[in-house]
Design a protein around this ligand. Sequence first.
Ligand code: NDP
Length: 613
Amino acid sequence: MTQSAPFGGPQSPGPQPASYDAEWVRAKYAHERAKRLRTDSIDQFVEVTAEFSHYAEDPYTERLEREPVDDAVQILVIGAGIGSLLAAVRLREQGFDDIRIIDKAGDVGGTWYWNRYPGAQCDIESYIYMPLLEELDYIPSRRYAFGPEIRRHCVRIAEHFDLYRNSLLQTAVTGMEWDDDAGRWTVSTDRGDRISAQIVLVSPGPLSRPKLPGIPGINSFEGHTFHTSRWDYSYTGGDETGGLDKLRDKRIGIVGTGATALQCVPHLGASAGRLLVFQRTPAAVDARGDRPTDPEWAAGLEPGWQRSRMQNFTQVTAGMGADQDLVGDGWTQVALDLTGPAVLKEMERRGEAMSMEEIGEFLFEEDFKSMEKVRGRIESIVEDPDTAEKLKPWYKRLCKRLSFHDAYLQTFNRDNVELVDTDGRGIDHFTTDGVVVGDTEYKVDALVFATGFEVGTSYTRRSGFDIVGRDGQRLSDKWAKGPKTFHGLQTHDFPNCFFLGYTQTGIAHNYVHTAEERARHVAYILAEWAARDGSRIEADQSAEDEWVTTMAESTVMGKQFFADCTPSYLDSEGDTENPDSLLSAGYGGGPVAFFELLEKWRAAGDLEGVTIR
Ligand code: NDP
C-alpha cells in the first residue's frame, strides 16, 4: 500500500522489498527528497545581522582597543584562516616581506579559531589536513586531530613564518576601492583604518559565516541560545574536551544533525540533564576509526611524504583510483567503492565494456549497498528500534558530505537523550520556552544551533564587504549572477586582487589541498609580477570569458547528479542552478585535472590570460 507524501510530493513506495529493487529505491529517495525540499531554498535561513548579529560575536577573545592605522603595505591578506596562512607562507618563500594579515577574529586559524565546540575534530586525516607538517617538523598526535591541536598548529605556522608581524586582528574589513592612478587599493576597516595596499588577497573562507534557521518564533524563544561556532562555555561549563558541568540540571535542545552536531552531541549527551536532538535529515554516519599516531610509522616517513599523501588522497577521492591508497580511511573506501575504480573492476568481472547507462545503474546499486551498510550499522548500535529507524538516511551516499563518528549513534542509547525526528519538515516553530514539532511542544532551557554556515549567497555578502574596482565598478554588480574569474583567482577590472575562495576553482574534499595548490599558484604569479617589475597585474577579459564558459560546461554533470539528491548546502538546498552554489563553484573536471591545468599554465611561463603592466 502507498502513503501520500505530506506536501503532495511523490507517494511513498511502501515497505522495502526483500531484495534490491532499483525502482523502489528511486521512489523512496524521491519521496524523502520531496518531504525535505522547500521552495525558499537558501532563503529559509536568516542572516546573522541586525537582531541576530550577536550570534556572530567573538566569545573567545576580549576586545582590545587601539588607534586606527593609516599606512601602506605591499601585500594585504584579508582573512587569517588556513587558506590565508598558506598563501602568506608561499609568498614569504618567494621573498615577499611586506605582508599584512587582517582578520576579525582574535587570532589566526579561521574555522579553527571559531569552531571550539566540544569534540571539534578534523574530518579529513590530520596528516594531510594540517598543513606544512614537514616544514614545521610536526606530527599530529592522532589520526583525526581535535580542534585545539589544529588551532595551536595555525599559531605555530604564523609564528614560524613571522606572520603576526604587522597583522591586524579583531579587525573587520568594511570595504576596498581601487585607485587606478596610484595602482593601489585603499582598504577600510571597522576600526577606522585606512590601508593602502599594492596587492590584496581576499580569503573570507568558504564556510565561515554562521547561519540560523528562519524558524517562526526564533526571536521569541526566551531561553539561552548560541551557534556551535560561538560556543558559550560560560553557560555550559567545561571545555573543548567536554565536561559541560553547568548543564547537569538543564534541558538542552540541539538543532541540526550535520558534521558539527555529530561531534558535539556525544558531549552534550554526556553532560546535559536532558538532551533533545532535533533532526530534519539523518546523517549517513559511518565508523571513524580514529587512533593515536604510531611513532614508529611517523619515524619512517620519507621527505616529501605529506605532499604525496595529500595528492594521493585527492586522486583517490576524486574517483581516479591509484596504485596505492595511502590514507585508507572511510573517505577513500567510499570513493573506491562508488566511483571509477569500482566500474573498472566490474567491467573486468563482466569481461566487457559497459555503456553509460549500465555504469549509471551499476553505481546506483553500489551506492544503495553502501547506504544499506550505513543503515545496518545504525540498527546494530542503536538499541531502540524506533529511534534506529528514524536515524536511517535515505539518499545517495554522495549527496551529502561523508560523515564519520564513533560515539554519535551510541549517544541515543542514553536514557537522558531523545531524538526528535521532524520527518524532513524541520522544526515547526519556537515558543518562549520550547520547540514545537507537529502537535508536541518540547520545553528546553537552551537551544544550540548546529545549523551550519552560509553557502550559496553572494560572495560579497559572505565576505561582509564590497569591492570597488576600476571606474567605480562594484564586485557585487559584476558577480550578481555568480563569480566570473580567470582560474578562480582574478577578475577583470579588479587589478592586483586575488580571490582565495571557492570561486570557480578545483575543489578537493580536503580543503587544505585546494588551499595549498592555490597558494603555490598565487605565489608563482606574484613572483613573476615582481620579477617583471610590474605595478599592475590583471586577468584579461577574454581569458576570463573563456574560463567562465569552461566552468559552465564542466559543472553540468555535477548538477545532474544532485538533481535527485536530498537538499543540503552542497546544492543550495535543491536550487542546483543557483550561480553562487558550490555546484557552480567547483571545476567539474575535478581537482586533480584543475591542479594539473594550473601546473601546465605555470610551466608555459608566459602568463597567458594575465597582463602585467
Ligand atoms: P550543515 O549545514 O551540514 O548542517 C546543518 C544542520 O542543521 C543540518 O542537519 C540541517 O538539516 C539542520 N537544519 C537546518 N535548518 C533546520 C530546521 N529548520 N529545522 C531542523 N534542522 C535544521 O552544517 P555543519 O556545521 O554540521 O557542517 C557544515 C560543514 O562544515 C560540513 O559539511 C563540513 O564540510 C564542515 N565541518 C567540518 C568539520 C571537520 O572537518 N571537523 C566539522 C564540522 C563541520 P538538513 O540535514 O535537513 O539540512
